[in-house]
Design a protein around this ligand. Sequence first.
Ligand SMILES: [Zn+2]
Length: 336
Amino acid sequence: MTGRLRHWITEIRRRRAAKACILMYHRVAAEECDPWDLCVSPQRFEDQLRSLARDYRVVALTELLAEHLSQRLSDGTVAITFDDGYADNLQAAAPLLVRNGLPATFFVTSGAIGSQREFWWDRLERCLLVAGQLPDRLQISAAGSEQSWDLGSAKVGFDPSVRGAKPWEADPTTRLGFFYEIWKYLRGLDEVAREQALAAVEQWSGTGHQTRPTHRILSAEEVRELAGLPGMTIGAHSVSHATLSACDASVQRLEIRRSKEDLQHLLGRRVPMFAYPFGDFGPETPGMVREAGFDGACIADPGAVWVDTDPFQLPRVAVLDWDAAEFARQLSRARQ
Ligand SMILES: [Zn+2]
């Protein structure tokens, strides 16, 4: 059989197969500045939940996985997930989920629990996008080397009311493009070097390092409270939100294993699911997640779960701040 023929047979099987969708949220909040589209407003979230309750069969992620593994997956099944561990997951998302009787899994970055600081990408956003005029040149010494950037026209502030601009599509001479350059640089550093570099950016931008209440991370007590609500479960999302493919094998194993152990210790129950930070993983990573004792893992690539889906590479639909009509359109597109 030729490769092309095999591809078409798989494609026909896929189109006819029963499919389930895993939804990926991050925050339920209304932020003016949201470069990574992490926020769904409380009103829109409630509208989306109502349409899920009406038109789909929403189950816990572990139940979706069990049905998938036993080939009992029924068409139109949906599971809801949240990544990172923002405090608004408990304050804003969970009450709406409970009120609508819908279960959800929250993938929590275990090392960030109770942090008095924001996630590093939020701190960077505050320094470079919320801030107004910035100095001409940024110079950072971290990880034993020095880097510098001339801001040029990016000195002028960013207008967060300009919606739809994506950091990865932005012109590098703009503030958003400059933000993306520094984001990529920080993402490539290890945790210690990143903290050092970020502290330098905070000082340079003059924005300091106060934590915005809106961007707060769940405390240990709040993670327990979330796990105690009906239908809510906690999953692991590494210790430090590491870019796993860039880490040595030993560091990857530690990030995966320790996030599971720490959460299990905190909750006093098994944590069966993992989500790759940034949706990023190397060829060996899914095997490490399996060896660490997880039952399955979510990626961040779009798509539906069907009979051929690897349980350690479960695709997810990233939900944006869509109204009910757009939400329905996107879900039906994902299941094609
Ligand atoms: Zn994440």
